[in-house]
Ligand binder design. Structure first.
Ligand code: FES
Length: 278
């Protein structure tokens, strides 16, 4: 659906990373892992940004300034209206999560993992999350992931009790939430300034059980993760391709898979790990 959405907030949350909160109709967004395509005045191509979170009438996006378009976007003030195509792409298949899903986000691949983690927790699943960043200054949303442990404190559907609400962004201790689903977050940074020194795959030893994994991030990360997880554990990978139209009308986002050429925007951006040639 094409529509105008109004900026409520557009604020920096890490080095060159911004959080954009928009007011408008979010009814086309049905699955975590979908994306929107934003038109910016003076720029020919729309900017595809994955959905971080959404609720009725409110959309949260997180983007990194990587070029002139996103640099311009970072200057936009509250009240500005943006032309947005929303509800694009397939999203993650939560029905495959099993009893112990693992979510892995690298850099700006982290935002869709937040929306997914939230909905898995609301569906009653315990969730392990591994986040990878270059450095502490690039890291974001650790507290927000941790706060998912408190969802049921606010009377969310599916929960009946009260949690401890304690903070544990490194995931060492977990949350003693009286048997309620918990979110454990492990962090890796390349320079070791936050969490474990290294890559997301260096945190896999902390994960006792994984029934299915979901990941979004740069191709080398997806490749290393898929290889480390092996063929016995199923997974879904979300690709971050450059796009043109965003809805299947051009070939700007084609990738070769084991099942032939696929368009990231309309066949993806989420693909079964065993189908991708990464
Ligand atoms: Fe046009 Fe995917 S961006 S087909």
């Amino acid at each position: 659906m094409q529509q105008l959405m109004t900026i409520e907030k557009n604020e920096p949350i890490a080095d060159q990373v911004y959080r954009l909160v928009l007011d408008g109709d979010t009814s086309d967004i049905t699955m975590p892992g979908q994306f929107v395509n934003i038109s910016l005045p003076g720029f020919f191509l729309r900017r595809p940004i994955s959905v971080c979170d959404w609720s009725n009438g409110k959309l949260v996006l997180i983007y990194k300034v990587v070029g002139k378009g996103t640099e311009y976007m970072s200057t936009l003030k509250a009240g500005t209206q943006l032309d947005i195509l929303s509800g694009l792409g397939n999203g993650f298949d939560m029905s495959k999560a099993g009893s112990a899903p693992l979510l892995v986000g690298g850099g700006v691949g982290t935002p869709p993992m937040y929306g997914l983690a939230k909905r898995l927790v609301l569906a009653g699943k315990p969730v392990n999350v591994i986040l990878g960043f270059a450095s502490e200054k690039d890291a974001f949303y650790l507290d927000e992931f941790d706060a998912l442990n408190d969802l049921y404190d606010f009377g969310c559907e599916g929960f009946e009790g009260k949690g401890s609400g304690s903070s544990d962004t490194q995931g060492q201790n977990g949350h003693p939430h009286n048997g309620y689903p918990q979110v454990r977050v492990f962090t890796a940074t390349v320079d070791g300034s936050l969490g474990k020194k290294g890559f997301v795959t260096d945190c896999l030893g902390e994960i006792a059980e994984c029934t299915h994994y979901f990941a979004c991030g740069p191709i080398p990360m997806l490749k290393a993760l898929k290889s480390a997880m092996g063929e016995k554990i199923s997974g879904e990978l979300s690709l971050e391709e450059r796009m043109g139209c965003g809805f299947g009308a051009c070939v700007g986002c084609s990738v070769m898979t084991k099942e032939g050429t696929r368009k990231v925007c309309s066949d993806g951006p989420v693909f079964a790990a065993d189908v991708l040639l990464v």
